[in-house]
Design a protein around this ligand. Structure first.
Ligand code: SF4
Ligand code: SF4
Length: 101
C-alpha cells in the first residue's frame, strides 16, 4: 500500500494497456529509470512531472535542457526522441498499480 498524491482534477488512472491519459500515478509513485539516472531523483514524485492542461506531462521530454544543462541545443530534438522511446510514449499505460481513492 502506498499513498500517492496527484492533482484533484487529474483523470482517473485507466487500466494497464489502455492509452495513457496523463493521470500521473506512475510518475508520482514509481518514477521511471530516467528520473533516477538523469535527474538523480530518489524519493517522492518525479521532479519532471508537470501538471498542464488538465493532465500530467513529462517535462523532461518537453524541455530536456531545463533538466540537462549539459545538453547542447542542437541535440535537443534527438534527446526528445530518445526520451520518448525510453519512457514508452504512446505505448499505453504500463502501470499496474491499483488505485483506491
Ligand atoms: S502511464 Fe498510466 S499511470 Fe502513468 S500517467 Fe499514463 S495513464 Fe497514468
Ligand atoms: S522522467 Fe518523465 S516519465 Fe520519467 S518519471 Fe519523470 S515525469 Fe515520469
Amino acid at each position: 500500500m502506498k499513498t500517492v498524491r496527484v492533482h484533484a482534477q487529474a483523470p482517473a488512472k485507466p487500466r494497464q494497456g489502455a492509452p495513457c491519459n496523463g493521470c500521473g500515478i506512475c510518475c508520482a509513485g514509481w518514477p521511471c529509470p530516467l528520473s533516477r539516472l538523469l535527474l538523480a531523483h530518489r524519493r517522492g514524485p518525479c521532479p519532471a512531472l508537470h501538471w498542464q492542461g488538465q493532465r500530467y506531462r513529462c517535462d523532461l521530454l518537453a524541455r530536456p535542457r531545463v533538466y540537462l544543462a549539459w545538453l547542447p541545443a542542437r541535440m535537443e530534438p534527438l534527446a526528445r526522441r530518445v526520451i520518448a522511446r525510453w519512457i514508452a510514449l504512446d505505448e499505453g499505460c504500463d502501470c499496474d498499480a491499483e488505485v483506491e481513492l
